[in-house]
Design a protein. Structure first.
Length: 131
């Protein structure tokens, strides 16, 4: 539990300090962990965090968002916002920024993601929880 709390505190501090980076400036590990996506400017989500996710391979997951095909869950959610496949990839590559946090233990990154979603969905709508 201490490790989960430490990660939540660290990631929350990074969010508050606006330590988001464009995808092309990230060093993304091939390890597990969590990622947070936020708009650079106000387009669809008023410049806010709109997605918090986890993956056992951060590099593969995050890079999939800027490929033509993208990740199916997020692609489906963004298409409901009016973007088509090519627009989704460009939007995520050019109009969004990320925070990546490597966490080796599945149980820890699963718990961290769930807690971050619970915290942030009270402040702003997240695609994680939208219909």
């Amino acid at each position: 539990m201490d490790e989960v709390v430490k990660k939540i505190i660290k990631i929350t501090a990074e969010i508050q300090k606006k330590k988001f980076k464009p995808i092309n400036e990230l060093e993304i590990p091939n390890d597990g962990g969590i990622y947070i996506i936020k708009e650079k400017k106000s387009r669809l989500f008023n410049g806010r965090i709109f997605y918090i996710g986890r993956s056992k391979n951060l590099r593969r997951r995050v890079r999939s968002y800027v490929t033509r095909f993208g990740h199916p869950y997020l692609k489906r959610k963004l298409s409901k916002m009016g973007l088509d496949g090519r627009e989704i990839s460009r939007y995520l590559a050019n109009d969004c920024e990320f925070i990546i946090e490597k966490i080796d233990d599945f149980d820890i990154y699963d718990s961290v993601e769930k807690l971050l979603v619970a915290i942030h969905r009270k402040k702003e709508p997240l695609l994680n929880t939208a219909n």
